[in-house]
Design a binder for this molecule. Structure first.
Ligand SMILES: NC(=O)c1ccc[n+]([C@@H]2O[C@H](COP(=O)([O-])OP(=O)(O)OC[C@H]3O[C@@H](n4cnc5c(N)ncnc54)[C@H](OP(=O)(O)O)[C@@H]3O)[C@@H](O)[C@H]2O)c1
Length: 278
């Protein structure tokens, strides 16, 4: 049986509809903080594969909690990989566009050099490396800008602000690829079924800015996108630096026979509709 860790998060929740027979374990059933016991606890579950959706995802807080982020994003993933290698089973785990510096003018592919600009990105990169070292049969799916209808996320925040009816500002100089959790879940199962290992980039098709994503979502929800004003990253300082351009592309998916994910604009309405009825 496939075991999904981090089942309470956006991607873990989305996997429920594409892995109906898997065992979903949330933080209360499998806390990753106790890294020393992860292998033993996984052995008790006797999985046929592990899909790890759990992560320390608080990008800004990671700047001041690097040790905690490293424990979950690197040490815990390494322990899972050791278990999966010893048991001879696949491990799927997720990583991020934030492993890249974000100063490229063309999309990043899997073989491009990494150079994270923040603590979260460094811990995720450490997790990638530790997993591949312990278990070359690991599949690391790098994704970006994950949104869903089920959890707080950027789109949910934008709809909340739109409902207030007052203008607000959104950064317009960071470019990336939105990824709808449901599409990522389907792509995960396709890659797992195909036996893909190594690093794989999977995002919805098409790049945009946070500003344009906000406008598109707000318009779909029937609010006035004119209320959103563009601003620069410098106007909106955050504890963690963000890559300016972290568009992901895949040099591997096509040759492996994996279909591209739908365009983000095609998948956004389901997210907005789902959030609007919450
Ligand atoms: N969200 C994005 O924009 C984005 C972008 C690029 C890559 N990714 C990667 O994609 C993967 C899935 O992200 P997501 O959006 O689904 O994240 P998410 O919604 O934040 O879910 C992460 C899950 O990890 C759980 N978790 C955190 N610490 C834990 C611990 N000590 N023990 C057990 N579980 C713990 C959280 O539990 P609680 O709910 O109890 O806190 C949460 O359910 C992650 O690897 C993330 O790094 C995400």
């Amino acid at each position: 049986m496939i075991v999904v860790l981090g089942a309470g998060g956006q991607v873990g929740t989305a996997l429920r509809s594409v892995l109906p027979d898997a065992r979903f374990v949330a933080r209360d059933g499998f806390d990753l903080s106790d890294t020393a016991t992860i292998e033993r606890r996984l052995a008790r579950l006797a999985p046929s594969a592990v899909v790890n959706c759990a992560a320390y995802t608080a990008v800004d807080r990671a700047e001041s909690e690097q040790e905690a982020a490293h424990r979950i994003n690197a040490e815990a993933v390494a322990a899972m990989a050791r278990y999966a290698a010893a048991a001879g089973i696949p491990l799927v785990t997720y990583s991020t566009d934030y492993v890249f510096a974000g100063d490229a003018t063309v999309p990043y592919v899997e073989s491009d050099a990494t150079d994270p600009v923040n603590a979260y990105g460094r811990t995720k990169l450490a997790g990638e490396r530790a997993a591949m070292l312990a278990h070359p049969g690991t599949l690391v799916i790098r994704t970006s800008w994950v949104i869903s209808a089920t959890h707080p996320n950027f789109v949910a925040t934008m709809l909340g602000l739109a409902a207030k009816g007052a203008p607000w500002r959104v950064v317009s100089d960071q470019v990336g690829c939105p990824t709808v959790a449901a599409d990522l879940a389907a792509a995960t199962v396709a890659a797992l079924d195909a036996g893909v290992t190594g690093i794989l980039h999977r995002t919805n098709t098409g790049a945009t800015t946070w500003f344009h994503l906000a406008q598109a979502a707000v318009e779909l929800a029937g609010h006035d996108p004119g209320l959103i004003e563009p601003c620069t990253t410098a106007d909106y300082p955050t504890p963690a630096r963000r890559p300016v351009c972290s568009v992901l592309a895949s040099e591997r998916a096509g040759p492996l026979g994996l279909a591209p994910l739908p365009p983000w604009r095609q998948s956004l309405p389901a997210v907005v509709d789902g959030l609007s009825v919450r």
